[in-house]
Design a protein around this ligand. Structure first.
Ligand code: DHB
Length: 399
């Protein structure tokens, strides 16, 4: 059980997803107290299926806070990935091109480990805490009001962090006229499946098939995760299992016939819409936004979790410095610093998305541009290196 939540803390964190939880751990290492308020029940947070690729910076952060034991035991390090188009395959060797690998370790598992660690430490983490308002962020003592088990509570803090996702309430504490919002909605979605069958390939495959995108991923040596591009508004239950496997097989097919898709029982089906969103600034007074509360990327390239962790690494450093010395330079720079990375990742995710999906409203010109980009990656080592560097994650100074 977690400790009862105090009525006053240094940092009130709205949102107990990976961003909020990771921040609470990084702050604790810097001697800063925090209370984490999560709107959903624990089992819901721990069972939501999300992406599964960790950049090395995210892996480092999990090591720093001590949430790495299960990742090291069960995570799958990957040196490279495959692109497929026009019936052939190109391998992008990240390890050789950039000296770094990525780790397949599902966001769901990361979240479970961060929760378990927080509760083990006896630090405040409240589930089923519905935040009613975030106010006084222009004063030095902001206030979060929330409802928990039928009673209303007040939490006063020196700082509030909104890590409550793209529909969370924290962002609304920034006056509308100060906010700039950028958005792109893509004309397709992903149908994702989990299946009890060994992955067909030991590396991930991103394919631009004739009828659309497909991705072959994995969750373990015996569990396949895969996605196909579908029209917006698709009902996942309208897709029969065999039809999904047929479509995956068609989109991954190689002209030389050398690829066989392994099929098995599908245990989960869901549809994810694809959109990009950035809100600026990510700070107003004593309110700081982190992760999906400030930005969403389409899933192609798996940047969402990695961006959220990158945000809170910068924020923990800045808040740690400010609480220790009252030096405001890092907290003042926070929004601009992390937005540079957010826009880089937004561009990378847009590139991967548009290069690999078939736009239902597109024309042959779009098709030729996408194929030209893939041909360039196939024939140019520097193009492959640039792709690999973005995929495995850029150091802040290289953004
Ligand atoms: C996964 C999801 C992604 O969006 C991606 O680019 C790679 C892998 C996944 O869920 O495994």
């Amino acid at each position: 059980m977690s400790a009862p939540a105090p009525a006053r803390t240094q940092v009130a964190i709205v949102g107990g997803g990976p961003a909020g939880l990771m921040l609470s751990h990084l702050l604790r290492l810097r001697g800063v107290d925090a209370v984490v308020l999560e709107a959903r029940p624990r089992d819901r947070v721990e069972t939501r299926q999300r992406a599964g690729i960790l950049e090395h910076g995210t892996v480092d952060a999990l090591r720093e806070v001590g949430a790495d034991a299960r990742m090291d035991e069960l995570g799958l390090p990957h040196d490279g990935f495959e692109l497929r188009f026009a019936g052939r395959s190109v391998r992008v060797d990240m390890q050789e091109l950039t000296g770094h690998r990525v780790m397949i370790w599902a966001q769901t598992e990361v979240t479970k480990d961060l929760i378990a660690l927080r509760l083990e430490q006896g630090e405040p983490l409240v589930f089923d805490a519905e935040v009613l308002s975030v106010s006084d962020v222009e004063t030095d003592s902001p206030l979060v009001r929330y409802r928990h088990q039928g009673a209303e509570h007040e939490l006063r803090a020196d700082v509030v962090v909104g890590a409550d996702g793209s529909y969370g309430p924290a962002r609304r504490a920034i006056p509308e006229h100060l906010v700039r919002r950028f958005e792109r909605v893509y004309p397709y979605s992903w149908l994702g499946i989990l299946a009890d069958v060994a992955p067909s390939s030991h590396e991930l495959i991103y394919a631009r098939g004739r009828t659309g995108f497909a991705l072959a991923s994995m969750r373990s040596p015996s569990v396949t995760r895969a996605y196909i591009q579908v029209p917006n508004g698709t009902d996942p239950q309208a897709w029969a299992d065999e039809a999904i496997w047929d479509e995956l097989a068609a989109r991954f097919a190689l002209d030389d016939g050398s690829f066989t898709l392994a099929r098995g029982p599908i245990t989960d089906k869901s549809v994810t819409p694809m959109r990009s969103m950035v809100t600026e600034p990510m700070r107003h007074g004593r309110l700081f936004l982190a992760g999906d509360a400030a930005h969403i990327v389409p899933p192609t390239g798996a940047k969402g979790l990695n961006l959220a962790v990158a945000d809170v690494r910068v924020l923990a450093e800045a808040l740690g410095e400010w609480f220790a010395s009252k030096d405001e330079r890092l907290i003042d720079a926070y929004s601009d610093t992390v937005l540079r990375r957010v826009w880089r990742a937004s561009h990378f995710s847009w590139t991967m998305t548009t290069m690999l999906h078939v736009d239902p409203d597109g024309d042959p010109f779009d098709e030729q541009l996408a194929l030209s980009h893939l041909h360039h990656i196939e024939s140019s080592e520097s193009a492959r290196r640039a792709l690999a560097e973005n995929y495995r994650g850029l150091a802040l100074g290289a953004v």
